[in-house]
Design a protein around this ligand. Sequence first.
Ligand SMILES: [Mn+2]
Length: 429
Amino acid sequence: MISDARNYRLPASFFAGNRKRLLGEIPKYSCVILFAGEKVCMSADSDYRFRVDSNFFYLSGIEQEDSVLLIRADEKEAVTTLFVHSNDPLKERWSGKRMTVSEVMEKSGVDEVFFLETFEDTAATILADSACILVTDSGVRPGPASRFLERVKKDRGEEKILPIAPILARFRMVKQHCEIEMIRKAIELTDLSLREALILLREGTSETGLCSAINYAMSRRGCPEPAFPTIVAAGLNNFCLHHDEPEGDPIPPGVMIQIDAGATVGGLCADISRAYPSTGIFSDKQSALYEAVCACLKKIITMIRPGIRISDINRTFRDIAAEKLIELKIVDRQETGEANVYIWHNAAHHLGMDVHDACIKDRPIETNAVLAIEPGLYVREWGMGFRLEEDIRVTENGCEVLSSFIARDRFEVEDLLGMSGGMIPCRPD
Ligand SMILES: [Mn+2]
């Protein structure tokens, strides 16, 4: 069982392997240039916590801001270089230690490491070389990648640019063994965090209480930033899918609590959703809707195998969901189009370094793809709506539910909550 996320990281051979594979797919005499990204200002002189660009990380293993990766592919061989911040003692006094050259070498396995001060000269040389094909990112966000792309377009025109994103999306759609191991650990950490938080429910708590408990459990085990803002939505807040500003009022008895949370380990994400009755025991209506969503989830899991597409999953989900809504008498059999009123989102996405991971839209799924499967139903008339979400790995003839050990069965959930229907009055946080 995981005790600390910091004990796990992808090996340098993973990043070196990704670079080698990329070289097999780009023309000879090209230059790959990728940017880690920069810190983003929050307000005045405070920045948001830095989050590295995932494509940069996939090829370098480095998470330090402003770093640049350069791969020069000549006729015969390729040289990989990382440009990183120098170890400025004054900056380190304020902002903490930067990686040393040998740490960068060890984590990334590149051929050489230079300080960023030398990057401009190198960039100018590459841009002046009219034969060279530049392989770089689209730079959708403002930042160094988009600024560099603008410069290339101006100096060289668009025809010498090869976008890297589609190539890397194709790679990233199929996970390697070490990535799957990291996702397994991220799921374990998410499970631990959920279980710790749910203990609070026994004595009464708020959305804020649960949300902070989940984040705290992750953080103190080496995951200070979850894969995405933790969602805890009780009662009518169920009807905000990304309710990530938890409220401090006590959660009343008799409502459903949607939790959607995920830890990251080694740069890979988990994404798990569960729904719990605040009283600890499902009422008849809660149980009926819960079983309906479970049935959708189970049905989807049986259909997953190599060759299917995300759109197949979504179509199956909508069909079975409509059937369940009719069974529950929420929708009339004569008006099945009405089911869409209660189906608010699709039921699957790729999962990896990004929680909604890179993919080529609707490309058939291959063995070792990792998906989050998340059917949900939202019924305003009943005052409740929720999704249940599992993370799965596609196998040669089906799929493995990586998160199967996290209580989901209705009776397992009631056991886990351990409240026997009696909740001690809520205590505001
Ligand atoms: Mn998800």
